[in-house]
Design a protein around this ligand. Sequence first.
Ligand code: UDP
Length: 251
Amino acid sequence: MTAFSLGALLYEGKAKRIYATDQDDLVAVEFKDDATAFNALKKAHLAGKGELNCRISALLFEHLIRCGIPTHYLGVVDATWMAVRPVRVIPVEVVVRNVAAGSLCKQLPIAAGTVLEPPLLDLYYKDDALGDPLLTEARLERLGLLTPEQRQRLGDLALQVNGALRSLFARVGLELVDFKIELGFSAEGAIVVADEISPDTCRLWDLQVNDPQDRILDKDRFRQDLGGVVEAYGEVFKRVQGVCPEAGVYR
Ligand code: UDP
């Protein structure tokens, strides 16, 4: 590390560690090779996953920034480390769905693969102990986490992210089925996209492949024991890298 020195470990999640640095306006994110699913009931070590998620996230955050969408991203530091602005994370998992898959099809009579037009926005309360429950607008209001204006902004940003990512992925033959983002308040009080955007947090299907299992290039390969998880993430990285400028190194 050159531009800053690492401070205390602030937070360790399932796939990342967040460290303070000697700069108040900068925290460092380390992407781990650990994979978890089903609220951490299923766990594995997948060598190379951390680096791929760091690199993919960096390219996608830079793409969002070029599209005028504010994010916490500052730059990559090395293979598995990213520099970001500290944010106060809003404990809401924001999911946008373009095609029905996953929990949606378990909870509602909607067949997997159904195109959702307009895209569906689902908000979940981020709390592992509670199992990240689906929120209603009334429950969100009751929690008092966001003003009505901030709730509106959160939804608008999520749909903007969807538009920006969906067209980028389509250019490289990938269908953005759904994804989860987390947002936070910057020091200036703006809502910005935080956390990561990677095949751990997006469902991505290869548009050239018809087989419903073979086309999966995301964490569902791990959830469903399909094998080839890191290879699939590598394919996503290779394709996205092919159409994006190289990620900027934070100095
Ligand atoms: N997702 C995530 N973290 C979570 C839950 C979901 O990144 O804790 C992502 C998931 O990878 C998918 C999207 O959010 O791209 C929608 O997930 P879904 O609600 O269908 O839940 P799942 O079927 O993954 O349990």
